[in-house]
Design a protein around this ligand. Structure first.
Ligand code: ASP
Ligand code: MG
Length: 411
């Protein structure tokens, strides 16, 4: 019999009835003889409500009082862990709940955005050996100086996969309100269908590009320690379907693309007429770093007159800071001007099958040209192609690309 870690998200433990359903599911696995560790998120919108409560006392609570914010937010998961433990005991199995600190999830000391450094699984193991189902509060840990920390919003997935890695679990099941990872967001692309297997690498790309099913940090841990992750719905009975995230080798006949994802809220800056030297790019980048702006895509081109053009994309909420910084750099380096384009969407075409396969770019551009969609910038890596388009073209471009590459249900 195996050791299985299961994570239940906020919707899955959203009310007492759902908590009872979680308990029944966990008990069924336990009765089959599995050792069960259950990681829970806060019920429903609890975390959002706690954040709002904090902000009603202190407008920038997270920034001004990060330690107290963590004390507050960890309470959300503490509520659900206790209720789930009670429900499991009522359903006939032994269960004990632990906070992140009690489960010895050791993090660095960055309040509201801590990273897990180590999981000392001794106490959890002891309770498993006693036959207990162990419930662990997600999204939280403790620093080496005994301060309570949180891992950043959506961090319960990370807790679950880290525990699965530390316990050498057979797999980590992520129960959520959708029945798996889709070839595209079904709200944007009606022909989207569920993916049965996705590699860690593809899943990280999809998650970073806006697929909201799983936290990318959790998938990274899964990849590093080789923990198979299953994403499935807690709202349907049974464990059929779902998506397996694992290190599967892909065959020669695999399609070029596995999925597409997209996100609005991007902007692009074009810095014109700069000197054609390495110093140009290093100055732009170091100033932006100092200003706390993170750069997404980055391109440079030399014009016929020998001056250099640098193009960068940044998140819309950092664009003002980026513009101010770039204007100062352009002045300093004797350049011409900065043009800003707002309202872009970032599309990601993801698939390990596209590596070294000719024609993917051509097909993507041809598809968009036929639709009259302009591409503002592009970048490519071995498992993804990123395209920036106007936000109003997002859904149409995504649907066209999805279907052109045969990802659609009818394909
Ligand atoms: N409750 C936390 C949040 O909403 C952690 C999680 O759900 O993963 O961000
Ligand atoms: Mg949540």
């Amino acid at each position: 019999m195996a050791l299985i870690v299961q994570k239940y998200g906020g919707t899955s433990v959203g009310d007492p009835e759902r908590i009872r359903r979680v308990a029944e599911r966990v008990c069924r696995f336990r009765r089959e003889g599995h050792d069960m560790v259950v990681v829970v998120s806060a019920m429903g919108d609890t975390t959002d409500e706690l954040v709002a409560l904090a902000e009603s006392v202190s407008a920038a609570a997270g920034k001004r009082h990060p330690r107290e914010m963590d004390m507050l937010l960890t309470a959300g998961e503490r509520i659900s862990m206790a209720l789930v433990a009670m429900a499991i005991r009522e359903a006939g199995q032994e269960a004990i709940s632990f906070t992140g600190s009690q489960a010895a999830i050791i993090t660095d000391s960055t309040h509201t955005g801590a990273r897990i450094e180590e999981v000392r699984a001794g106490r959890v193991r002891e309770e498993l050996n006693r036959g207990q189902v162990v419930i662990v509060a997600g999204f939280q840990g403790v620093s080496r100086t005994h301060e309570v920390t949180t891992l950043g919003r959506g961090g319960s997935d990370t807790t679950a996969v880290a525990l699965a890695a530390a316990l050498n679990a057979e797999r980590c099941d992520i129960f959520t309100d959708v029945d798996g990872v889709y070839t595209a967001d079904p709200r944007k692309v009606p022909t989207a269908r569920r993916i049965e297997h996705v590699t860690y690498e593809e899943m990280i790309e999809l998650a970073v590009a806006g697929a909201q099913v799983m936290h990318p940090r959790a998938v990274e841990i899964g990849a590093r320690y080789g923990v198979p992750i299953r994403v499935l719905s807690s709202l349907v009975d049974g464990e059929d379907g779902g998506t397996l995230i694992a290190g599967k080798e892909r065959g020669m006949e695999d399609p070029a693309l596995t999925g597409v994802a997209s996100e609005k809220g991007w902007a692009q800056l074009v810095l014109r007429g700069l000197p054609p030297e390495m110093r140009t790019m290093t100055t732009v980048l170091s100033r932006l770093t100092e200003a706390g702006v993170s750069v997404d895509l980055l391109t440079q081109v030399d014009r016929a007159d020998g001056r250099r053009l640098v193009q960068i994309t940044v998140a819309e909420d950092e664009v003002e800071e980026a513009e101010r910084t770039c204007e100062a750099v352009v002045r300093e380096l004797g350049g011409e001007r900065v043009d800003v384009q707002h309202g872009l969407a970032r599309l990601a075409l993801v698939g390990s099958g596209m590596h070294k396969r000719p024609g993917v770019f051509a097909q993507a551009f041809e598809t968009l040209r036929r639709e009259g969609v302009d591409v503002h910038s592009v970048s490519a890596a071995s498992t993804s192609i990123i395209l920036m388009v106007a936000a109003e073209d997002e859904a149409r471009a995504l649907t066209m690309l999805h279907d052109a590459f045969g990802l659609g249900a009818a394909a």
